[in-house]
Design a protein around this ligand. Structure first.
Ligand code: FPP
Length: 248
């Protein structure tokens, strides 16, 4: 087996966010049902969570179900919900063993009762864990998240707790579902589409983008290492010039 791409342990992204795309096409190409693509995609989830944990990544956000995904055929939606429920139940012991904390962004209350209950249980049981934060985006849409945050700010203003002129980036960020988490440094999209698809629109403002043709069911440890290696070769300037960075 060829060696894994080399990674600099001192320059790891603190937060990696992934748009896990290409499951359906991967399955179709093999003459399989789309759901088989999602099923093998769950194996990728397991591999990537473990690899990220071992590397020392602090936060891993996975786009598992978007607000738009509710429009998919009922059988695919319920199949995905079932995969989520069984994944969480199966992985809870390993999450406890490795101190992984589960978080969720999006309107998880819209999920059917079965997966919702399991989600609540795993979030509660892992809440004191201090290792990798596994942040699942479920029934998530960035515009929806920003609207909900904006409404909360408006309510705080109406209640006299906040003045409109005091609304700054920190105030808005503090009302987003990701409050308390660092912004993603690296945003990966598998499946070769060049879109953000309503994912972390506020938080990904300065994220390095890495798009690969590899469909999610084939995205494993080597692919993750390659994405991180590519990230480490980029120069993050945050609006400054390269000369300014070299001088600092
Ligand atoms: C996009 O592929 C993927 C999804 C909509 C769901 C991703 C979900 C999983 C990998 C499994 C459940 C998640 C967890 C965390 C257990 P697509 O169906 O849009 O692919 P296509 O673009 O090829 O049609």
């Amino acid at each position: 087996m060829p060696a894994l791409p080399r990674i600099d342990q001192d320059n790891l992204p603190a937060h990696i966010a992934i748009i896990m795309d290409g499951n359906g096409r991967w399955a179709n190409r093999r003459g399989l049902m789309r759901l088989m693509g999602h099923k093998v995609g769950v194996d990728s989830v397991k591999v990537i969570v473990e690899a990220a944990r071992k590397l020392g990544i602090r936060v891993l956000t996975l786009y598992a179900f978007s607000t738009e995904n509710w429009r998919r055929p009922e059988a695919e939606v319920s199949g995905l919900m079932d995969l989520l429920r069984t994944f969480l139940l199966r992985e809870l012991p390993s999450m406890m063993e490795h101190s992984i904390r589960l978080r969720v962004i999006g309107q998880a209350q819209r999920l059917p009762e079965g997966p919702r209950r399991v989600l609540e249980k795993v979030i509660a049981e892992t809440s004191a864990n201090t290792g990798l934060v596994l942040n699942l985006a479920l029934s998530y849409g960035a515009r929806d998240e920003i609207l909900r945050a904006t409404a909360r700010l408006a309510r705080r203003c109406m209640a006299g707790e906040l003045a409109p002129e005091d609304i700054d980036e920190a105030a808005l960020a503090g009302e987003l579902d990701t409050a308390g988490l660092p912004d993603p440094d690296l945003l990966i999209r598998t499946g070769g589409e060049y879109r953000l698809s309503n994912f972390l629109l506020w938080q990904a403002s300065y994220a390095e983008l890495y798009i690969t043709e590899t469909p999610w069911p084939e995205f494993r440890k080597r692919e993750l290492y390659l994405a991180i290696q590519t990230y480490q070769q980029r120069q993050r300037r945050f609006g400054r010039t390269g000369d300014q960075l070299a001088a600092s």
